[in-house]
Design a protein around this ligand. Structure first.
Ligand SMILES: [Zn+2]
Length: 163
């Protein structure tokens, strides 16, 4: 008596076949006498001897759980300061909006700020908000004359440069 692992070529069903000898198997196979107990197919052949056949239940894991830990990602620089940077950028954004709002009704006078501020201060021009650029010396002079020149938190781009 000999037992072969058989497989049907139609459904890949595996089953055992009992034969008097391997010659018996060959004859029955050649004459199409073998049929699959699952689907009845006559397309039956000896299954390749699979050493891991039936090992599904007690199969050793090929990888230990610790092997499945993903490799640390490379090439992505991170820093704890990134959150600070994000806050900073958000703050600058808010500041820029606030400044924009503040200057919405203000006239850009470029580097004539000191002159215009003096004109307004001494009543030679209508009082209105202006903004422009002034050198530290000009700011000092204005301060001595009691004219406020508040530094803006952010640089202002002259309107003509926006085109
Ligand atoms: Zn079958």
């Amino acid at each position: 008596m000999i037992i072969f692992d058989l497989i049907c070529g139609d459904g890949q069903h595996r089953f055992e076949g009992w034969f008097g000898s391997s010659k018996d198997y060959a004859e029955q196979q050649a004459r199409g006498l073998l049929d699959c107990p699952v689907c009845g197919s006559n397309n039956v052949a000896k299954a390749a001897m699979a050493p891991n056949l039936g090992r599904k239940g007690n199969q050793k894991p090929t990888t230990r759980p610790t092997d499945k830990r993903p490799e640390p990602e490379m090439g992505k620089p991170v820093s704890s300061t990134s959150t600070v940077l994000a806050e900073y950028q958000e703050m600058i954004g808010k500041l820029a909006k606030a400044q924009e709002k503040m200057l919405a009704n203000s006239e850009w006078v470029g580097n004539k700020f000191a002159d215009r501020a003096r004109d307004i201060h001494y009543g030679d021009a209508d009082e209105k908000p202006i903004h422009g650029t002034a050198s530290p010396e000009e700011v000092d002079d204005l301060a001595e004359e009691g004219i406020a020149a508040l530094p803006l938190p952010l640089p202002v781009f002259p309107p003509e440069s926006k085109n």
